[in-house]
Design a binder for this molecule. Structure first.
Ligand code: SAH
Length: 257
């Protein structure tokens, strides 16, 4: 029984990898917003150590690499994403200072106070915003920065349908002031926060999925797990279209004290 479960789980896992591998980004974001967040981080130089946690295939990491000096380590749980990440670094000729490795963001291979900057776009939710911020804190030098994007409510109250969806998907979603308080209570000075504009969800994320979904469904015709995966993504996009004024991703930038 447990063997059956394991193989089903692994099958879903490889489908998820395949689905998202074809996209430049695996979550909402854009090069412009990566640059905007980077604008709040100072004191980086060629010796700076940077980690991008939950880096995926490295869409945002390559933007960082092209606009910062320093040595960047991308970490992701999925080996397929890390292979693509390292190919991307090679294509941009930054492989001497940008490397992707397989690992988990809750078990980091760094020394205490080794890092100048921890980056994480649309990924900290995997271990939770508060747990991630508190655990990662020890790896930053004093004065080092954390920059993460995280699902957040824009309003104190919202319609039942979207409230229920998010509490099921990620119960730690919260309002911006509450998230800033968590950042502060985790040992960082809140330096900035800003809402990712709508095009980070539409043009940079959901629009790319429409074509990818057709190709994916054609390849996996009749496969229930593949159909469910696509239906899930389409439902998310419909909900964003309907309720996008109530929630979104917010970039939070903090400085370790
Ligand atoms: N930062 C990328 C990817 C976001 S999607 C972007 O913005 O495009 C979230 C990523 O987190 C996925 O690539 C997923 O494989 C990764 N992930 C999930 N759990 C993880 C963990 N425990 N440690 C590291 N990465 C993880």
């Amino acid at each position: 029984m447990s063997d059956n479960n394991k193989s089903i789980h692994e099958f879903d896992f490889s489908l998820i990898c395949e689905y998202f591998s074809s996209m430049e980004r695996q979550g909402p974001g854009s090069p412009e917003m990566t640059m905007k967040a980077l604008g709040f981080v100072d004191n980086l130089n060629a010796g700076s150590r940077i980690a991008d946690l939950g880096c995926g295939t490295g869409g945002q990491t390559m933007t960082l690499a092209q606009n910062t000096p320093g040595i960047i380590t991308g970490i992701d749980l999925f080996p397929v994403f890390i292979d693509l990440f390292n190919e991307n670094a090679g294509r941009l000729n930054v492989e001497d200072r940008v490397k992707g490795i397989v690992g988990s963001m809750d078990d980091l291979p760094f020394a205490e106070e080794e890092l100048d900057l921890i980056w994480s776009e649309g990924a900290i939710y995997n271990i939770g915003f508060e747990k991630g911020l508190k655990y990662w804190h020890r790896f930053l030098k004093p004065g080092g920065f954390v920059a993460v994007s995280e699902a957040s409510w824009f309003t104190a109250e919202r319609p039942e349908e979207i409230n229920t969806f998010w509490l099921d998907a990620y119960a730690e979603i919260d309002t911006i002031p509450n998230k800033v308080a968590v950042l502060q209570n985790s040992g960082y000075v809140p330096v900035a926060c800003f809402i990712l504009p709508e095009n980070c969800w539409t043009d940079h994320f959901y629009v790319h999925q429409v074509k990818a979904q057709e190709v994916f469904l054609a390849k996996h015709r009749g496969n229930r797990a593949a159909e469910d995966l696509v239906e899930n993504e389409r439902r998310e996009a419909r909900l964003y279209d309907k309720y996008g004024e109530y929630y979104g991703y917010v970039f939070y930038i903090g400085k370790k004290i």
